[in-house]
Write a protein that binds this ligand. Structure first.
Ligand SMILES: [Mg+2]
Length: 111
């Protein structure tokens, strides 16, 4: 995670793109990339979406968009001074408390 953060930061610095990497712009870019990911899946049936990676072309596009999302999320967290891994692990721990296995297993109900 730290290596990715460093490499994305260096990529931006080498191009003097830090000036464009405001939290607002990065959040918007992230949203755009999530939209591109969703666009790859939006007209598929649930069954087609579940097997999308078995088609090499579709799989490559999904993988590329996942990569874009990860890059912008990583960069946004870096600019905001957020430890992305720590933030995710904290949220996962919160969710584990909110959705105890014995109450939540097999249920999609929101709490
Ligand atoms: Mg993209």
């Amino acid at each position: 995670m730290e290596e990715l953060t460093r490499r994305v930061r260096t990529f931006a610095e080498e191009r003097d793109w830090q000036q464009f990497h405001t939290p607002k712009n990065l959040a918007m870019a992230l949203t755009g990339e999530v939209g591109e990911l969703v666009a790859e899946l939006q007209w598929l049936t649930p069954e087609q979406s579940a097997s999308v990676m078995s088609d090499p072309d579709s799989g490559a596009r999904i993988k590329a968009e996942i990569g874009d999302v990860m890059i912008y999320l990583t960069r946004l967290a870096d600019v905001l001074g957020i430890d992305l891994m720590e933030a995710a692990l904290t949220k996962l721990a919160d969710s584990a408390l909110r959705y105890p296995v014995e109450q939540a297993r097999g249920s999609a109900a929101k709490r």
